[in-house]
Design a protein around this ligand. Sequence first.
Ligand code: PAF
Length: 281
Amino acid sequence: MLLVHTIQDLQTHLASLRADNRTVGLVPTMGALHDGHASLVRRCVSENDVSVVSVFVNPTQFNNKEDLQKYPRTIERDAALLEQLGVDLVFNPEPDEMYSEQEMHRQFAFDFGGLDTVMEGKMRPGHFNGVVQVVSKLFRLVSPQRAYFGEKDFQQLAIIRRMTRLMQFSVEIIGCPIVREASGLALSSRNERLSEQERTTAVNISRILMESRTLTLSMNTRQVEQWVTDQVNAVEGLEVEYYQIVDQTTLMPTNTWQHAIGCITVYCGPVRLIDNIKYDL
Ligand code: PAF
């Protein structure tokens, strides 16, 4: 496995790795890798001749400086895991390798078609501009045939699908299911910041989401939104920021259970956790 830090090294090595029309798969990450990332990487390795993983804590998608500073950076541990998983090339650039001064400070313009006005987009202004900026740049640099993203960040996945269509990238976007602990807690780099007690409390989020699936015959989408919000808020130590049941493509509130997904953001103590559940299974 090669670990490179510059665009030039990335492209030189990619050119030789992709000789003979070998297929390239890309898994964009911000590092601090856990089993959720490992599941994306395993799938990438099994479906492509060459697997590339980017490890880059993208400054332009943070709307909170402290969050950016605190974000865990564990490249040695990440590289060891990626080598074990059979990755060919890891791209770990510094911010000034990816962005000019101007790009770093001017918000990236993109027509989100409204996908950024709800949920995470509403709570974290500018966040998805940074995500689209970095992912489109990575697509241009790597030109993968396939790219892998987790369904835990469901809104991000919907936005990346739109970006791929609008910018006409010829890459297949593959959404991979949420990986959960045996307790049901969705894996996240942020779980590392939970105390023992908070971790036990956080398990209630997925428990309540799963339980809400049993209510779809007796309640409508708005009633289930309210039920989940009330149940989670009733757990000491949890506070819902939003729970919305939306259409899986438009991300707009929906009145039907077909193609519906419930997306939640909850504060567990100081840690902001997200999760979601599909209702049309
Ligand atoms: O999901 C993430 O970790 C990031 O948003 C991504 C897609 C790697 C872009 O920085």
